[in-house]
Design a binder for this molecule. Structure first.
Ligand SMILES: Nc1ncnc2c1ncn2[C@@H]1O[C@H](COP(=O)(O)OP(=O)(O)OP(=O)(O)O)[C@@H](O)[C@H]1O
Length: 336
């Protein structure tokens, strides 16, 4: 059984449109005009158990609307949707026991209660048997290092501390599928890394499926091999993160610092016949752009060194995921 299966999943909203001027305002009072926004447009999505998938897109692309449908908060306008084998909206009560949700901007903990009181309440809400609850919670407390926080009211926690507690909360009932919306927003680098490591661990050990929505492409690069990209309600890419880099990353850039200044023609001659481009950046600094898969970096460097170019320092640069995504949004992309 797939963790998530959506076919032609669509969500439309009716939004009120006001007419211009005073007479428009009067007419609005008598009969309102509505316009339809298609926030999610016939998307197909299949996610297998144990996959970690990044769900990305610009503001307003339709990510939150999708997640709200997948978690049962919103009813789709049309299309087929099964999550963990359930219709999330219609079978909500049974369904929510099988998923965990973390929204970076919102808390599921009770603000004035101590962290462990929230945990105990949730044990009751989910009716988790004591024998199952105790060892699992103990392990999460250890791994997330939240022992010291258990007696504190949630409102006193720092953002990083609260996020670690939120993760424990979302996993208290051992769901097989976890939705994460901006889980590392506002966190410092070290806490971010702890949280990423924790997510990798639960994925490895418990085969937890993770759907991660974020603007932080570092999270995606660290966690997800697959990425789904949404644009104006349509999926414009669904595939391997590395492939995205290969096809859209414009290859690699080698930056060379040389011992003396060279004529560009001298350098060009060293890589004659190879599909690379040279650029002089400063008197002793040159950049070689090596495209996609047609030629490998060692081959290019081998040629340069063979011809006696005296290299002092060398750096290899790759386009970041962020640059790639920006480029795709600028130039557009169609699914293949
Ligand atoms: N309840 C609603 N009523 C009317 N329109 C809505 C509603 N919720 C979302 N929309 C519209 O649907 C579109 C998609 O919004 P959505 O919040 O899903 O985007 P998003 O990708 O999550 O954006 P962000 O990254 O800013 O959170 C937007 O045009 C938004 O204005």
């Amino acid at each position: 059984m797939l963790a998530i299966e959506a076919k032609k999943l669509t969500k439309e909203f009716q939004v009120y449109q006001s007419r211009k001027g005073l007479s428009g305002a009067f007419r609005d009072l008598l009969n309102r005009e509505y316009r339809t926004i298609r926030a999610v447009n016939e998307i197909d999505l299949s996610i297998k158990p144990g996959e970690m998938v990044g769900y990305i897109g610009e503001n307003g692309a339709g990510k939150s609307t999708t997640i709200k449908m997948l978690t049962g908060i919103l009813q789709p306008t049309s299309g087929m949707l099964k999550v963990n084998g359930y219709d999330p909206h219609r079978e909500r009560e049974k369904f929510v026991r099988t998923i965990g949700v973390v929204f970076g901007q919102r808390s599921q903990l009770w603000w004035d209660l101590a962290v462990q009181e929230s945990f105990q309440l949730l044990q009751k809400v989910y009716r988790i048997p004591h024998e199952k609850y105790e060892p699992h919670l103990k392990r999460m407390i250890d791994v997330l290092n939240i022992q010291e926080l258990l007696d504190q009211p949630v409102r006193k926690l720092s953002l990083g501390q609260r996020m670690r507690c939120e993760l424990a909360t979302s996993l208290i009932h051992q769901p097989s599928l976890l939705f994460l919306d901006e889980p590392t927003i506002g966190l410092d680098v070290l806490v971010k890394e702890d949280i990423r490591q924790f997510l990798r661990d639960i994925n490895q050990e418990l085969n937890t499926t993770v759907l991660l929505t974020t603007h932080d492409l570092g999270d995606i690069e660290a966690l997800c091999s697959r990425v789904v990209m949404l644009d104006k309600g349509n999926i414009i890419y669904d595939g391997d993160m590395n492939r995205l880099k290969r096809e859209w990353g414009d290859g690699k850039r080698i930056v060379l610092e040389t011992e003396r200044e060279y004529e560009l023609s001298e350098l060009l001659a060293t890589t004659e016949g190879l599909p690379v481009e040279w650029e002089k950046k400063a008197s002793h600094t040159y950049e070689i752009r090596v495209p996609g898969d047609q030629v490998q970096v060692p081959e290019v460097l081998g040629r340069v060194i063979e011809r006696g170019i005296a290299i002092q320092e060398m750096q290899l640069e790759e386009a970041t995921a962020e640059e790639i995504v920006r480029k795709i949004y600028q130039e557009g992309m169609t699914i293949d």
